[in-house]
Design a binder for this molecule. Structure first.
Ligand code: AMP
Length: 196
């Protein structure tokens, strides 16, 4: 069935991994702005050249540019019946951009999955990932910047969505499969059932 979802959590909360699992089970595309930007950087597109230094520093890409990228992606046929957003919106201005876009399509988000992970835990997971994957923005300085931006700019978007009654807080600590089960249970409690 169709589901329009958002997964939010600090960097290192496992939202990428869990988002893919939900996307597969619900049969909806995962739209990760971070992945889109990284792919463009890797391919050396004009967008990639524009955003590379911003991403490497752990700062945010300008809202207008990011929202335009998301609008383009959500306009593709596979997102007509649903999607899972990962990493967007990341501040209140982007929430407003997304609201405007969805209203124009007579759509709205059905649920916001908020992965709750203590700061020390996300920090140690990010440091481990840095050693494994060598992502350009996994330097100590960029990690600190990203966590700080999360707390200052991204966490407040949850207050906006809480007033709409669509936030499910999920404990993001524990075994991956257990966390997935918690997310699925929360979505099903909203009447959002996975595809067959
Ligand atoms: P992520 O993989 O979600 O951690 O994103 C990696 C980087 O891409 C971020 O640190 C930002 O530089 C950029 N980025 C991703 N999503 C957004 C967004 N919604 N707004 C602005 N910048 C973003």
């Amino acid at each position: 069935m169709s589901a329009r979802l958002l997964i939010v959590g600090p960097q290192g909360s496992g939202k990428g991994t869990q988002g893919v699992r939900v996307g597969e089970a619900w049969g909806i595309p995962v739209v990760s702005t971070g992945d889109v930007f990284r792919a463009n950087v890797a391919e050396g597109t004009e967008l990639g050249l524009q955003v590379k230094s911003i991403i490497d520093a752990g700062s945010l890409v300008p809202d207008e540019l990011t929202s335009a990228v998301v609008r383009d992606r959500l306009a593709q046929a596979d997102a007509a019946e649903g999607f899972l957003l990962d990493g967007y919106p990341r501040n209140v201005a982007q929430v407003m951009h997304l609201d405007e876009f969805l209203e124009g399509r007579d759509e709205q988000l059905d649920a916001v999955i908020a992965l709750v992970v203590p700061r020390e835990e996300s920090l140690s997971r990010l440091t481990a990932r840095a050693a494994e994957q060598g992502r350009a923005d996994d330097t100590e300085e960029a990690i600190a910047t990203r966590l700080e931006i999360y707390e200052r700019e991204t966490a407040p978007i949850l207050d906006v969505y809480r007033t709409r009654g669509i936030v499910d807080e999920i404990d993001g600590v524990g075994a991956l499969d257990d966390i997935t089960a918690r997310i699925f249970a929360a979505l099903e409690a909203r009447g959002l059932r996975p595809a067959q």
